[in-house]
Design a protein around this ligand. Sequence first.
Ligand SMILES: *Cc1c(COP(=O)(O)O)cnc(C)c1O
Length: 423
Amino acid sequence: MYRYTNSLNPKIMKPESLMMSHGFKPELSEGAIKCPIFMTSTFVFKNAEEGKAFFELAYGKRAKNEGEEMGLIYSRINNPDLEILENRLCLWDQAEDCAVFESGMAAITTVLLEFLKPGDMVLFSSPVYGGTDHFIKKILPKFNIHSLEFTVGQSQEEIIELVNNSGMADKLALVYIETPANPTNDLIDIEATKEIAKHFSTPEKEVFLAVDNTYLGPVWQHPLKHGADLVLYSATKYIGGHSDVIAGACLGNASLMGRVKGMRTFLGNMASPHTGWLLLRSLETLKVRMDMQALNADKVAEMLNTHPKVEKVYYLGNFKPGDKQYEIKQKQCATNGGMISFDIVGGEKEAFKFLNALKLIKLAVSLGSTESLAEHPATMTHCDVDDADKAKFSITEKMIRLSIGVENHEDIISDIKQALEMI
Ligand SMILES: *Cc1c(COP(=O)(O)O)cnc(C)c1O
């Protein structure tokens, strides 16, 4: 890391001030103010001794000498666009190291494969992202890896009892959560979940906690600060933010990230230089985009809360003091986020009428982008969830999920109002 470090101090300046320059030295690229796209598969060594030294470090054959930097070898292992991007992402979460991937699913599955082995069990929160749910329930069993799910709202004691009752407590190797939950915006206490991981850790085997922070990160929530060992992103969402790239990221301490990067090297699912470059560009506006999205979401939620054609609004801003969910929000979320779900008065017919009548807001899945999006979880993102679980999580025919963009809030609100009037 930090091969290209320049003189600005990340300990003093805020991440948004450093996103244009951190980790990039123009002198190494003909004075270019922006990092070029390093479209190269391999890198020329100055001499054979240098090549030998880089490989010794890359394969962990010896520790780094004082002041020694890992050099560039081959773009599956390292590439300037990815290294600079990883260094910049570290600033938001105050992480020691980061690995970027060609998708959020690539980041998530690499972590699951690295930290679980045959016979192990993963404890995970439900609901989780559909792709994660599928991988845990349908693919991990092929490797004889077991899973146990808990739901938002279950207490620390209840979850510990659940693990004990599974008869596999000694096999627990990883706890995996997603908070806020999609699409209901229910929160899980990260600190309390870390306590559960600690409860089942032994001197021989530490149980790690991984948190999918796609919904609020990396500006509005920092799981590592609350005890998480690894934080995961679909960078396709807020980090990319323009609906034009699929990517993922994982961050944590140097030792765990060494393992994640090792696995990435052999799965070969790192991001491409072009993806890295697109995300470097996106990061420059991450803070202003997300600030605007949160402001807009508060205004949209305020309107929905009192609209006669809206039955219920699922939004972080609606938790009330005294409520357990409110306490968790105060502790770990910097804003109410940019995601709002709501139940429309009626059912699928009314929900579809509303979605089909939207003009400015686009009817599409995904989230976190500059443009506002709307979708119908029950028949779209969550169609694979079985009916009992749908009922348990209030994912009914009347639910609509909105991802709020950076448009003028008055235009977003008037589009929603005119579409509601069509019902
Ligand atoms: C989109 C998403 C993913 C998957 O990311 P991809 O980039 O599509 O592979 C994982 N988790 C959450 C919460 C997501 O929203």
